[in-house]
Design a binder for this molecule. Structure first.
Ligand code: UDP
Length: 327
């Protein structure tokens, strides 16, 4: 039986596809390539270009393969853009996901793994953040993911859909083949590496007056391969008859923006110029996961928690892919 992976040409989806194939799983990818890259998908993986909300296409895929479960990665994920264009976020991330779910249910596919996010928590009331932390997102992006989470609870109650919805903290790092290539790039680690590659003069540090030891914001950086492992474990968990779960995925520690820049300097051996800039709207001072539940429920055990190893993997990918997935 096969796993349908939506967004399998994207950053996290492509790593999970790679790992599923490595485990001998059969995989089918659906991606509309709005942000994904065909080069990120292995040549021998069946690939359909199209939207998750295209019920006719999804039905055709379900009729062509014996699909056991769906891993749903495809989503728009730029927080700032979601404030300016909420319509496309609610449409793509929520409405289209409901269409996808409806086709799955209709075809009796009831195992679903959904990429959620720590952005569903909003401004942290305490750290580390556990799954019981109140959820009140601060952006349409966070709300669009939160609304899918809500739908999953109701679809489980009504249609017996069983899901695992990992809430990612800061995904980063790379495998040998798959790395982070966003256009536009907004994430700290790839931007810092662009400075090391002389593609950018300096990195802006968004705020140095946070209530943290060095004044810069702290995030829980989690390697994309560790995220991927959690998805493989979630699949096994659902296969074993596990109940639906929301789980945080993070290392339970954190690094400040300054610490990331310093680590990147060490790893690359380059001078990383930086300039203090105003805080970015909506950025909390600290986001740290309590990921005990993922360890207990899924048996998850992240392998690459230290920031230098994470950056080393990203740097290695950028060196072999100086233009990302571009020519
Ligand atoms: N950040 C920064 N300069 C940049 C990009 C990001 O100082 O050019 C900071 C950002 O304010 C946050 C941290 O780096 O505190 C991680 O940001 P990123 O966009 O990578 O992930 P996010 O936490 O927003 O999901």
């Amino acid at each position: 039986m096969a796993i349908l992976v939506t967004g399998g040409a994207g950053y996290i989806g492509s790593v999970v596809v790679e790992d599923l194939i490595g485990k001998g799983e059969e995989v089918v990818v659906l991606d509309n390539l709005s942000y994904g890259h065909t080069q990120a998908i292995g040549a021998d993986v069946p690939f359909y270009e199209g939207n998750i909300g295209d019920s006719e296409l999804v039905t055709r895929i379900l009729n062509s393969y014996e699909i056991e479960a769906c891993m749903h990665f495809s989503a728009f994920a730029f927080v700032g853009e979601s404030v300016e264009k909420p319509q496309i976020y609610y449409q793509n991330n929520f409405v289209e996901t409901v269409h996808l779910l409806d086709v799955l249910i209709k075809n009796n596919i009831k195992k679903f793994i959904f990429s959620s996010t720590c952005a569903t928590y909003g401004e942290p009331q305490y750290v580390p953040i556990d799954e019981a932390h109140p959820q009140f997102p601060t952006s349409p992006y966070g709300w669009s993911k939160f609304m899918v989470e809500r739908a999953l609870i109701d679809y489980d109650a009504a249609y017996n859909l069983k899901y695992v919805a990992p809430r990612y903290f800061n995904a980063c790092g790379a495998t040998e083949r798959c790395g982070e290539h966003h256009d536009p790039e907004t994430h700290l680690i790839p931007l810092v590496l662009q400075v090391a590659q002389l593609k950018r003069e300096f990195i802006s540090i968004f705020g140095d007056d946070y209530s943290t030891p060095d004044g810069t914001a702290i995030r829980d950086y989690i390697h994309v391969s560790d995220l991927s492992q959690a998805h493989i474990l979630a699949l096994e968990y659902l296969r074993g008859g596990g109940d639906s779960q929301f789980v945080n995925l993070g290392n339970g520690g954190g690094y400040s923006v300054n610490e990331v820049i310093e680590a990147a300097g060490k790893v690359t051996g380059k001078n990383i110029a930086s300039k203090i800039a105003p805080r970015r709207a909506g950025d909390p001072s600290r986001l740290i996961a309590d990921a005990k539940k993922a360890r207990e429920v899924l048996g998850w055990n992240p392998q690459i928690p230290d920031i230098e190893s994470i950056i080393e993997s990203a740097w290695a990918w950028h060196l072999t892919h100086p233009n990302g997935y571009g020519s």
